[in-house]
Design a protein around this ligand. Structure first.
Ligand SMILES: Nc1ncnc2c1ncn2[C@@H]1O[C@H](COP(=O)(O)OP(=O)(O)OP(=O)(O)O)[C@@H](O)[C@H]1O
Ligand SMILES: [Mg+2]
Length: 338
């Protein structure tokens, strides 16, 4: 299988019983390698069914799926799954196995030697930020959030090019959920994997996604960047989802990074202002635009510098960006599927 993590769905449908309305209905989209794409939609709209077709837990009734340029049925299923990490909602750690054994499940299946497995397990533990003393514990001796991290480490063990994550943080409390989202964003930057992430939490989707696929009743309603979805919702359903009549809510869904990325995609060079002595307020890429607005208002400036956590300037964001976000001219309400 080509190592590239591109995912392509072409006219994919899945019915569970003959003649019933398909759970996934004529879905086509393309996820570029290295992108984090979030599937967002209400309960029962077909998100899990769609995800399970990628690693062939379900087979489509119609249509085709390609990973890295290869149609998935042309590969032996074990070979296919070796390139795909899968994190499920209930974590699914094996309760009678230690954390070490849980993380090592796939490498062991692949016949790695003990030394290589031990080195990989310790590397992953470091990546998810848990101490090595946890390796001899059992899942029940970990908090829900810690178990989720181990689930992620297990999915990453054989270094897959694609990660499928089905509501991985749904059972975690709000504070830990936000922390895990931040960690996932950090890991995504570091590891550059293609991630398909399922949620029905609108805030979570907008926080994590390079692009969002909005689903409803088995169909893709809209596929676009967070900015595109907030500024040009495809229909009344998406409008309700993003609170089109509520300006502050719309601002809270989009972060500073999305503005910088959109400019980059349009070929607009970043302005990297020098720090000036009076400047106290700076924005971080992960700040949402509602916080940016409040900082702009309190600083009395028209624009603010954006810096990463190491103090490296990334550009600037100002009132004009917020205005164009909120008052973008509505485009034709065509579907934005690729
Ligand atoms: N194994 C199955 N057999 C029959 N019907 C199924 C099966 N799995 C899912 N369905 C049906 O397919 C539809 C989509 O289910 P799916 O699990 O994909 O939804 P979902 O979007 O993941 O929902 P949730 O957010 O609640 O997890 C539902 O109507 C469900 O009842
Ligand atoms: Mg589901």
């Amino acid at each position: 299988m080509a190592q590239s993590g591109e995912i392509v769905f072409e006219g994919v449908s899945k019915s569970f019983t003959d003649g019933s309305i398909p759970a996934v209905n004529g879905v086509s989209f393309r996820v570029a390698a290295g992108n984090m794409v979030v599937l967002l939609g209400p309960s029962g709209c077909g998100k899990t069914t769609l995800l399970k077709m990628v690693n062939r837990l379900y087979d489509p009734t119609e249509g085709k799926i390609w990973l890295g340029g290869q149609e998935i049925h042309t590969l032996p299923v074990n070979e296919l799954r070796r390139h795909i990490g899968y994190v499920i909602q209930q974590v699914g750690l094996f309760p009678h196995m230690t954390i070490r054994k849980n993380i090592a499940v796939v490498p062991r299946l692949l016949g790695w030697d003990d030394q290589k497995i031990d080195a990989r397990v310790e590397e992953l533990l470091d990546l998810i930020g848990l101490p090595t003393s946890y390796l001899s514990r059992f899942p029940r001796q970990l908090s829900g959030g810690e178990q989720q991290r181990v689930g992620l480490a297990r999915a990453l063990a054989a270094d897959p090019s694609i990660l499928l994550m089905d509501e991985p943080f749904a059972a975690v409390d709000a504070i830990n959920r936000e922390r895990l989202q931040g960690e996932l964003l950090g890991l995504h930057c570091k590891l550059a994997k293609t991630i398909l992430f399922v949620t029905h939490d609108v805030e979570e989707a907008f926080r994590l996604a390079d692009k969002i696929i909005v689903m409803r009743a088995g169909k893709v309603v809209q596929y676009g960047t967070p900015i595109e979805i907030v500024t040009h919702p495809a229909d009344a359903f998406v409008e309700d989802l993003v609170g089109s009549n509520n300006l502050l809510r719309r601002l809270s869904l989009v972060n500073v990074q999305s503005i910088l990325k959109a400019r980059e995609e349009m070929g607009i060079p970043a302005v990297l202002p020098e720090a000036d002595a009076e400047e106290t307020a700076v924005l971080r890429p992960e700040d949402d635009l509602r916080s940016a607005l409040s900082l702009l208002l309190s600083s009395g400036r028209d624009t603010l510098r954006v810096e990463n956590a190491s103090g490296i300037p990334l550009g600037e964001v100002g009132f004009s960006d917020l205005r164009s976000m909120l008052f973008a001219a509505p485009s034709s309400k065509k579907k934005n599927c690729q």
